[in-house]
Ligand binder design. Sequence first.
Ligand SMILES: C[S@@+](CC[C@H](N)C(=O)[O-])C[C@H]1O[C@@H](n2cnc3c(N)ncnc32)[C@H](O)[C@@H]1O
Length: 213
Amino acid sequence: MRDQNLSTQHQNLQKAYKLSSPEDNINFYKEWADEYEQDFAIGMDYILPFQVASLFLKQKVSGPVLDIGAGTGLLGAEIRKQSEIEVHATDISAEMLLIAEKKRVYKNNFVGDLTKGLPVGDNSYNGVVSSGTFTHGHVGPEALFEVSRILSKDGLAVVSINSKHWESLGFDKAQKSLELSGSETSLTKVRIYGDNCKADARNDTAYLLMFTG
Ligand SMILES: C[S@@+](CC[C@H](N)C(=O)[O-])C[C@H]1O[C@@H](n2cnc3c(N)ncnc32)[C@H](O)[C@@H]1O
């Protein structure tokens, strides 16, 4: 049974990395939404949302905060467990957001495609957080500029990026462009999965890219 679970987790992760368009993501997460937490988050001891929440909360930013690619709301739930800050959620998958909504941790949530531009005005958020969304098959480096657009001038974003894809997808260049446009940035390397992960991906890491508005 354990091997069967490991194989399902591996297959879902492989499928997630092979997605190639926003429509692929909508279809994939529609099917996976109900099982996502049991299968992936609990099954693989997925700790990335907690890593993002921890780094973000250390910066003492005021709200509102937007969780981008919020999925089922693991990151928002962790932020609200540790603070009173106002958090909103957006995701391309209505089905994932429906599960997030049931956690009652987000003041507001809306469907949005980060690659096409979010239905949000410039400088609207003092904080932006994201875990697991900037990765292969999902959202690429150009979307960092959309994050920058909606971030207030004194705002701060903490966004995870799978380190395997950091250079190959051009996140390193995007970081430099953000700096050239006046943003201060920093990188912190963290583990994506905890000690209870038995899958091949157990030692995978992500960069937490922190940048100012
Ligand atoms: C691996 S899940 C991460 C969910 C959640 N942040 C977490 O850490 O559990 C990736 C999420 O990114 C969302 N996503 C993929 N492409 C997107 C896009 N273009 N715009 C907004 N969200 C997107 C998916 O629907 C999915 O909920």
